[in-house]
Design a protein around this ligand. Structure first.
Ligand SMILES: *Cc1c(COP(=O)(O)O)cnc(C)c1O
Length: 429
């Protein structure tokens, strides 16, 4: 290692021992990283092609206010998304506050009283429990008479085709398929696996709308679920496709009629996609989408680096250091409260924003244990930026994700290790 680099790591508070340990791990990761760069290249080219084909220009970045009729930036961006996701149409808006809102709008727009909504992949993401009404809540789909059915996964974490067949009735209108495991222990699904599930559902009834919750999955593979039969793909711009630059937002891409139904729910019947001014966020939406393939690649490298380091130190990591990745989330089982705290404090210490803050566990609403969260982000709560959180309960998992640039992700992980080492919570490196 060049002294220059060692010195600056030292200035940031990282010991030579930790830097050397990290470099040793990195040597073996070269072929993995090359594959990630290859994928980022393909996705980057797709995005550029879509921007060129749709004639993105300076006018697309101008401020639109009021009703937003003919908001050229917004309409062009939606065509760019549709081209990249290979869908007929898309809704990409700051009016969609986040991923949960986009999912809620897509569901509520396409379901009617008496319709059945099926989750063939077990329990959905936490925030959707209240959207659907799995947990009683005001304004849920359940209150509007939408019936929810769930087929749990088999023990191996994959689809229970027999039970799915049994659960489908003449009333089944929409199936919601979550790509990323989120913060559960089941696997995240590859695009091809999702394609198989969709084919199965469509073989029973081709009219069932198959929607994929694509959060954390965009640009992790060369294909998106909309290329293997998904009628709708939905996600958050505070995650992958926002590229760290979008300050708010969500997207819904898919078949024209289903996107339109969602738009009538987002604004109003009759107005649909025609209104909703973009209020000056378009440059960040375009630029964020342009950056996203490389940002996602950085997050993937950071996740694989962390998995390799902590696996080497004897901890259980999911996914493990060798597995194919289907999202950007990494879990590490740290086995003690002290380690979870040290890990998160290290991540925070390495952030470009709020690095002087020391996170502590606290009883967050909606959680059944204290939780510690590390986030030093430019966009509040952004989880495409390096961030970590750990519920303070056995088996003392820490979940982390993001890293807008690979060197910043690397620094965060080295700092987490530095904190564990300083507190004698890991063996000698
Ligand atoms: C983050 C996430 C959501 C919700 O997105 P927000 O932008 O946080 O509202 C939904 N589903 C999955 C799988 C997620 O990871």
């Amino acid at each position: 290692m060049k002294t220059n680099k060692l010195n600056i790591y030292k200035d940031l508070g990282i010991s030579k021992e930790v830097v050397d340990f990290g470099e040793g791990i990195l040597k073996d990761l070269k072929p993995r990283f090359d594959k990630i760069d290859e994928m980022a290249e393909i996705n980057q080219l797709k995005v550029i092609k879509a921007m060129q084909d749709n004639k993105v220009d300076d006018a697309c970045f101008s401020y639109a206010s009021g009703y937003g009729y003919d908001d050229v930036g917004r309409d062009t961006l939606e065509r760019v998304y549709a081209q990249v996701f290979k869908t007929e149409d898309a809704l990409v808006r700051p009016l969609l506050a986040c991923g949960t809102h986009a999912l809620s709008v897509a569901l509520a727009g396409n379901l009617r009283p008496g319709d059945e909504l099926l989750s063939p992949v077990g329990k959905p993401y936490d925030t959707l429990e209240e959207v659907i009404g799995i947990r009683k809540s005001k304004g849920s789909l359940a209150e509007y008479g939408v019936i929810y059915k769930q087929v749990d996964l088999k023990e191996d974490g994959y689809f229970d085709y027999d039970k799915i067949r049994e659960a489908i009735t003449a009333k089944t209108k929409l199936a919601t398929i979550q790509r990323s495991k989120g913060y559960q222990t089941r696997p995240s699904y590859s695009v091809d696996e999702i394609g198989e599930l969709i084919s199965f559902i469509k073989s029973i009834n081709p009219n069932i709308i198959c929607m994929v919750d694509n959060c954390y999955g965009e640009f992790v593979e060369e294909k998106e679920p909309s290329e293997v039969g998904a009628d709708l793909v939905v996600g958050s711009l505070i995650k992958n496709p926002g590229g760290g630059l979008a300050p708010i937002g969500g997207y819904i891409a898919g078949k024209k009629e289903y996107v339109e139904m969602a738009a009538y729910r987002l604004t109003t019947p009759g107005l649909g996609k025609e209104v909703g001014a973009s209020l000056g966020v378009m440059q960040s939406f375009f630029q964020g989408f342009f950056m996203a393939p490389v940002v996602v690649a950085s997050a993937l490298k950071s996740a694989i680096f962390a998995a390799s380091i902590y696996e080497k130190l004897g901890f259980k990591v999911v996914p493990d250091s060798k597995e194919e990745r289907h999202d950007i989330i990494q879990a590490v089982t740290l086995e003690s409260k002290e380690r979870v705290i040290a890990f998160c404090q290290g991540i925070q210490k390495a952030a470009p924003v709020d690095s002087y803050v020391v996170p502590e566990p606290w009883p967050m609403p909606g959680y059944d244990s204290d939780v510690i969260m590390a986030a030093g982000a430019f966009v509040q709560g952004s989880s495409i930026e390096l961030s970590a959180d750990g519920p303070i309960k056995p088996p003392f998992n820490v979940y982390f994700q993001g890293g807008l640039t690979w060197p910043s992700g690397k620094l965060g992980i080295l700092m987490s290790l530095e904190y564990l080492k300083r507190k004698n919570l890991v063996e000698d490196l």
